[in-house]
Design a protein around this ligand. Structure first.
Ligand SMILES: *[C@@H]1O[C@H](CO)[C@@H](O)[C@H](O)[C@H]1NC(C)=O
Ligand SMILES: *[C@@H]1O[C@H](CO)[C@@H](O)[C@H](O)[C@H]1NC(C)=O
Ligand SMILES: *[C@@H]1O[C@H](CO)[C@@H](O)[C@H](O)[C@H]1NC(C)=O
Ligand SMILES: *[C@@H]1O[C@H](CO)[C@@H](O)[C@H](O)[C@H]1NC(C)=O
Ligand SMILES: *[C@@H]1O[C@H](CO)[C@@H](O)[C@H](O)[C@H]1NC(C)=O
Length: 440
């Protein structure tokens, strides 16, 4: 994978506004002390479009003009700013100076078109590097080519770079991933760095050192590639939450676990399942890279991917990934993510295949402290107030979710008073935690 972002470069004036907006929004998170790769990038999970799942080596996807669609169809304003190409874009031969080059035969027309569009609008472009070969058999980046290729990508004004791991062994990876991080830094261009290293080493300690990854990479693929099916999404969800004790502490501002692309708008998921993927990716603080055809995406998938509350939960500046907190025998899982301002997100997910299931619980059973909470249902847009002890029922569709934004608890109302032997005023000061209209 590799990438382009709607850049802040002055050659592309259209995009500079976005980047400044992004910087403004997330400036507050910069003060959080973490040990992340020190390139100032990706303090919240990166968002954008990525060719691979939908298009693989069919490089003609450039004619779908994903960057234009991102700009013109409201995606960019929501944070989807990276345009990532992947493997198979390059020539089978490096040029006379040993530099990677675009394929002069197959993709010349495509790349001309691509660059022409860049000039009028959005981005630079990026690409994938690997070792002896890329996964698709194109020229790879062996250890001796790391500095040259990093410089080439910087010269091309690439904003994000993924170093895949095909055709390399553990020793080369141990040397190559940190070396590439240094080489990208040495170019002077801030380039988001995505590492496939853990995915090639089973994703878990002791083979994978997440402390080190957090110091050298902005994001990393921990596990296998996503495919266009619910089975594939479910396999990924299961692996990430089975290993949450390792993975949750690995991630934070500037360093993210990457469970792979969003596939809403493709062929394999129902609307319920698309919502489930969006909700659980938001809970995981996962990068949101869609892989779909933005020209023909249906309105249902679009509204799921453009759901502002799901996105703002994903982009929460504290950057703490959520956890699976309950797995009920009934097939309902509950996921919880702590957010800024003492708010949180809850997802009720059904593994059932039979019918909508009415799940009954209380917030105190989910370990919420005493108080009154404002609830915003992310996909139905309904709001309500719930006390910790109030029993409630959520109806969760098969393979679907109910997702809530939960405010901070309101404290007991100090303005309560007795009159005529009766308590007057409401028990909780509900104004205190009213969901901010700015957030909505
Ligand atoms: C390179 O690393 C240094 C030290 O960690 C950091 O201050 C600087 O911002 C980095 N530059 C880029 C372009 O990533
Ligand atoms: C890894 O690859 C390098 C370069 O191809 C080779 O020299 C080395 O012996 C390999 N190491 C292992 C453990 O296979
Ligand atoms: C993991 O990496 C960190 C930072 O590079 C290092 O300090 C630590 O010793 C490593 N842990 C192991 C078990 O190798
Ligand atoms: C969050 O909760 C803690 C502990 O209850 C409290 O001390 C803190 O003031 C709260 N922060 C905000 C922003 O409400
Ligand atoms: C609630 O907290 C208790 C004690 O820390 C813990 O054992 C339990 O698993 C938690 N339950 C949930 C649903 O988080």
């Amino acid at each position: 994978m590799s990438s382009i972002k709607l850049t802040s470069d002055s050659t592309y004036p259209f995009s500079s506004a976005v980047m400044h907006l992004v910087e403004l929004l997330f400036v507050s998170s910069l003060s959080v002390a973490t040990f992340a790769l020190d390139n100032g990038l990706m303090r919240v999970p990166p968002m954008g479009w990525l060719a691979w799942e939908r298009y693989r080596c069919d490089i003609d996807y450039v004619f779908t003009r994903p960057h234009t669609r991102l700009s013109e169809d409201g995606w960019r304003e929501l944070g989807y700013v990276y345009v990532n190409i992947d493997d198979c874009w390059s020539s089978m031969k490096r040029d006379d100076n040993g530099r990677l080059q675009a394929d002069p035969k197959d993709s010349q027309e495509a790349s001309i078109n691509w660059h022409a569009t860049c000039m009028t609008g959005v981005s630079s472009w990026a690409s994938t590097g690997t070792w002896a070969h890329t996964c698709g058999g194109y020229p790879g980046t062996t250890l001796d080519k790391i500095e040259l290729d990093a410089q080439t990508f910087a010269d091309w004004e690439v904003d994000m770079f993924k170093f895949d791991g095909c055709y390399s062994n553990a020793t080369e990876q141990e040397q190559g991933y940190p070396l590439m991080s240094k080489a990208l830094n040495a170019t002077g261009r801030p380039i988001g760095y995505s590492c496939s290293w853990p995915a090639y080493q089973g994703g878990l300690p002791p083979k994978v050192n997440y402390t080190q990854l957090g110091e050298i990479c902005n994001l990393w693929r921990n596990y296998g590639d996503i495919q266009d099916s619910w089975d594939s999404v479910l396999k990924i969800i299961n692996w990430f939450f089975e290993n949450q004790d390792v993975l949750v502490s690995a991630a934070g501002p500037g360093k993210w676990n990457d469970p792979d692309m969003l596939i809403a708008g493709d062929f394999g998921l129902s609307m319920e399942q698309s919502r489930s993927q969006m909700a659980i990716w938001a809970i995981m603080a996962a990068p949101l890279f869609m892989s779909n055809d933005l020209r023909t995406i249906n309105s249902g998938a679009r509204s799921i991917l453009q759901n502002k509350i799901a996105i703002s939960i994903n982009q929460d500046p504290r950057g703490i990934p959520g956890r699976s907190i309950l797995k009920e025998k009934s097939g309902i899982d509950v996921y919880w993510r702590p957010l800024s301002k003492n708010a949180s997100a809850l997802v009720f997910f059904s593994r059932r295949n039979d019918m909508p299931y009415r799940y009954q619980t209380t917030l105190s059973k989910l370990n919420y402290t005493t108080g009154s909470y404002q609830i915003y249902d992310v996909f139905t847009e309904k709001t309500m107030t719930l006390k910790d002890s109030t029993s409630f029922v959520v109806s969760v569709n098969p393979t679907g979710v109910v997702m809530w934004y939960v405010s901070a608890p309101a404290k007991r109302n100090i303005r309560q008073f007795y009159r005529g032997g009766r308590l007057q005023g409401s028990l909780f000061d509900d104004d205190e935690n009213r969901i901010s209209p700015v957030f909505l």
